[in-house]
Design a protein around this ligand. Structure first.
Ligand SMILES: Cc1cc2nc3c(=O)[nH]c(=O)nc-3n(C[C@H](O)[C@H](O)[C@H](O)COP(=O)(O)OP(=O)(O)OC[C@H]3O[C@@H](n4cnc5c(N)ncnc54)[C@H](O)[C@@H]3O)c2cc1C
Length: 397
């Protein structure tokens, strides 16, 4: 049996970042992950799972030394964000408005994870257990015991960063509330007739939005992009059954003309769910990232919220160590939830309100939401206050 200050279960983007930030405080950390991250080579096709990484998340990744590697591999910065339903109410957010060079980067999830793991191998106070799976978790006398497939570990603190279907959450009897949106999101990687772009856009419609995220590199047609199409599950199942060339025809019919010509390279679909753990803590167990909250991906905030959890926990433990407190005391750990719960809930609820408003079929509500978008763009006072504040918030500033 091996003992650690902290065992992080789940070595995805959030878990790996958390292992690094806790190791930066001098703690002895174990990281348990089911699947070995795959090495990178430039010939590999762009992965379907990508995230819009905010400026705040970029700062965290820089702090732990992973961002430099991600940038050397491949990322696509974007400077502008366009949203509209009716074309006359097109609203564009620009990095210049908040005095930044860009609003964020589109990055493949697996590259973020891999860059974090590369940093982990350089840390003498992090041990990785991979491939390994959590089988059982028990807590007694200020200590947790984790039974893995091939090892048994004990820890003063256990972090559940094992995603939306978290076993840590289940094994520590933390309940959750949530629902299925009855919709799915289809992710489609395409070649585009336009070369690499600096804009990401989203057009709303009552059946669900369609979105464009630019991807890096030159393709035979011009550039690359990731398209996201939200729709009822039956419709997404139908689209998923089409050949790439049939899907291409459907996309050209349903996406706005800004898209230009495309060639479909690959596709995948994900059900949309919302989950929020009833508490982020049970004694020495804390939940971070999707294990604590799974948000509608419409505004691309999921992993960005998870990285804010990571920073909050590092801050709480660093402050406790600095004040001479027992950093793993339940009352100290409770400060993490106090810092994060309200913000996570606010973001989840805001996304739900937007989602409900834009999917409402009433013509009156349609007019109202387009007037609201138009006003935010055209009325100088609203433009400089609401629009820029919302933009800075979305960037995590
Ligand atoms: C369609 C779609 C688009 C999205 N777009 C964006 C976006 O643009 N921007 C954004 O910020 N977010 C986006 N998200 C959300 C984002 O992908 C998630 O918030 C993020 O992946 C969560 O990271 P995580 O590390 O918490 O969990 P995960 O990525 O789920 O990682 C959990 C890890 O735990 C491991 N694990 C699980 N169980 C065990 C176990 N029992 N033992 C050991 N290991 C285990 C898994 O193998 C995995 O590596 C999107 C989500 C979807 C569905």
């Amino acid at each position: 049996m091996e003992h650690f200050d902290c065992v992080v279960v789940g070595g995805g983007m959030v878990g790996a970042a958390s292992a690094l930030t806790l190791a930066q405080l001098g703690l002895q950390v174990a990281l348990v992950e089911k699947f070995t991250p795959k090495d990178f080579s430039t010939e590999q096709a762009l992965d379907l799972r990508v995230s819009a990484i905010s400026l705040a998340s970029q700062n965290l990744l820089s702090q732990v030394g992973a961002w430099q590697q991600v940038q050397q591999w491949r990322t696509c910065p974007y400077k502008r964000l366009g949203v509209w339903e009716h074309e006359s109410a097109y609203t564009e957010f620009n990095a210049d408005d908040i005095e930044q060079s860009h609003l964020g980067h589109i990055v493949e999830n697996r590259l973020i994870q891999l860059a974090l793991w590369q940093q982990i191998t350089g840390m003498s106070n992090i041990r990785t257990f991979c491939p390994e799976t959590l089988i059982a978790l028990e807590q007694d006398n200020n200590k947790a015991t984790l039974t893995l497939s091939n090892n048994t570990l004990t820890a003063k603190l256990v972090i559940g960063a094992d995603g939306a279907q978290s076993k840590v959450r289940e094994m520590s009897a933390i309940g959750m509330t949530g629902w299925d949106y009855q919709q799915s999101a289809m992710l489609i990687n395409v070649e585009t007739s336009m070369s690499q772009q600096d804009i990401t856009w989203q057009q709303f419609s009552p059946t669900g939005p369609v979105a464009f995220l630019p991807l890096p590199g030159k393709s035979p047609l011009g550039g690359y992009a990731s398209l996201v199409l939200y729709h009822q599950r039956d419709e997404i199942t139908r689209l998923a059954s089409l050949s790439n060339s049939q899907l291409q025809q459907e996309i050209l019919k349903s996406f706005p003309k800004q898209l230009g010509d495309i060639k479909v390279l690959g596709k995948g679909d994900f059900p949309l769910t919302r989950r929020h753990a009833n508490t982020y803590q049970n004694k020495q167990v804390l939940l971070l990232g999707d294990a604590a909250h799974t948000i509608n991906p419409m505004a691309g905030q999921g992993v960005n919220l998870g990285f804010k959890d990571v920073l909050a926990l590092q801050h709480v433990i660093a402050a406790a160590i600095g004040n001479g407190e027992v950093w793993h005391d339940e009352s100290v750990l409770a400060r993490y939830e106090q810092m994060r719960r309200k913000e996570n809930l606010l973001m989840m609820s805001t996304m739900d309100a937007l989602y409900a408003s834009f999917s409402h079929p009433s013509p009156l509500i349609k007019v109202a939401r387009n007037i609201a978008l138009l006003a935010v763009n055209k009325v100088p006072f609203l433009n400089s206050t609401i629009k820029n504040k919302a933009l800075a918030y979305a960037c995590g500033l």
